[in-house]
Design a protein around this ligand. Sequence first.
Ligand code: BGC
Length: 728
Amino acid sequence: MKRILALLALSFLVQITVSAQVYKDKNAPIESRIKDLVSKMTFEEKVLQLNQYLSGNNTNVNNIGEAIKLIPSGIGSLIYFSTDPVLRNQIQKKAMEESRLGIPILFGFDVIHGFRTVFPISLAQACSWNPELVTQACRVAAKEARLSGVDWTFSPLIDVARDPRWGRVSEGYGEDPYTNAVFGVATVKGYQGKSLSDPYSVAACLKHYIGYGMSQGGRDYHSSDISAQSLWETYMPPYEACVKAGAATLMSSFNDISGVPATANHYTLTEILKDRWKHDGFVVSDWDAINQLIAQGVAKDRKEAGLKAFMAGVEMDMKDNIYLENFKQLVDEKKIPMRKIDDAVSRVLRVKFRLGLFDHPYTDVVAESARYLETGSKAIALKLATESMVLLKNNSKTLPLTALTKQIALIGPMAKDKSNLLGSWSGHGYASDVVSIFEGLEKELGNKAKINYAKGCDFDSLAETGFNEAISAAQKSDVILVCLGERKQWTGENASRSTIALPAIQEKLVLELKKTGKPIVLILSNGRPLELARLEPLADAIVEIWQPGIAGGSALSGILSGRTNPSGKLSITFPLTTGQIPVYYDMRQSSRPNSGKYQDIPTEPLYWFGHGLSYTTFTYGKLNLSATKLKKTEKLTVEVEVSNTGEVSGTETVLWYIADPACSISRPMKELKHFEKKELAAGAKSVFRFEIDPARDLSYTDGNGKRFLEAGEYYVVVNNQKVKFEIE
Ligand code: BGC
């Protein structure tokens, strides 16, 4: 009997020990591990998981760092400003060994368009119309980040942005909801890979949820008055698509949505995100965004701000410490139910489990030389930079430069610049990794032509002392390449501008160079559309190179020499002047389409969304529809044959739009629904295809996300063609 009792006691002990290990058992289902762990946590341990601290060198000038020694071992997350895996491992060791339950810390960082291998800014990436390539770039960024101790990136930014005065227009994919959705999904796929548990995947964070791109007047951090209709029609689609694609986390935005701050918005954060879309990861606040609920006028103090943000659905407090300071009291006062805390903690832990952090908390320490800038990664940077550049103008075949070009004047503040080509939020990129325009050109054409360099002027100083040197360089040359643009700090966060024109000194330089009578090629590097009203008439050709990252100079020189044929098309409209803002392709129709124009300037922008030239010509055949009448449940195939009618091989992207001129609500003039990109050899033709799924492509949303598909006439719009069909 004694033996039996002893055996029973032993088996009981074994059971307890086994159940005590569930959260550590890598073979147990994640949900069981979460449940087990949460059941073992104290209140204080739970609240710590909902807070994010800072560590490493804070390189963001808008933010202020804290000392590492203040980091509690049980903290949920850190923003990791360092690139040192050893330091990360030391901090992680503290969490694994000094905290009672050994919960790993989640290390986050803003990896926006590359970590060390810096790719073009996101706005430029979208001009490539090559989402697969963007996925590859994000895969590189994820690997470099992970090897440097970062598990979580605060990217992609999928705020549809239609006001180029807003500095953050550079960080997203332009003015169109569909484009933001497609490139957002491509980015999430790149960061998260096939599985978050892949050692080279990082968790994505969709930001800024939601409506930040609508900041009034382009002023950063400002109020955004968004109707329920535009919230759903314009701002929600990229988020919905990326949540469906499995994005692990989201970040709440600084703005309000018609009076209710996005960081305290129960409707968007809980009713839509969690209840309707079933997102089971977590939401982190933006930097200080919870505290800022006081400035926004919806909370009287930090405690109320914390209560509002948390109850609305923000699970993690980015660096404010508000949750840490106030949750004990708020729970004691029964303002926050414990089940809500448990749900929030479970969401944070879920992301950590999915990333495999419990089983592999430490970063492999690999020599720095093996971590970054692999040959394949640089090749992706070059390809993406090349494909994202847009030939805006090319009169009389000024470009590509021909063999007759023996002397090239290379002028302007951007010509030898490296740092500004990186753009804002350039991760841990180094200016020394960048191929400048001058270096690229020297390598490409240095043995065929003489390059006469002169800076001419600075970006924005008033000094004209460099003009004479620039003019004499121009006089002895066959062509003038003028490299102008924006410093990288002129876009990005807290970098709004009242005018999108370049500083007068840069325009004046071109005016002086024009007097030489030599052909002028403008090369523009900037993070937003520019006002080119005065510059465009002075230029024979214009190449928009954006902020192209490390391979900028090489990519551009390939285009200038004709070794590569430009194929980028704008992901955002270039207004003629700042006064035209807002102007975007999918505006709603006017009640008097032929009047209401500006009296002092043209009403049309300089370059519409989708504009971009090539060195070859593409001729479109007639649109061919598989039917002109169909039922709501039937599909329609539309085809167009495109021929390369020029002399060189080229790549064309066909942008497919839908228009619905008579509906229960007034709809945008046209809406992009599909695109396809193909390379065509000179003389070759190919059929481009779009299969219209009426429920997906023709329906419209109401102000609560409910979709309607109406019978009636629709148009498919491609290039200059518009063909009618009918839904019965
Ligand atoms: C920005 C976010 C960024 C965060 C962390 C904030 O100021 O708005 O986009 O992810 O800082 O650096």
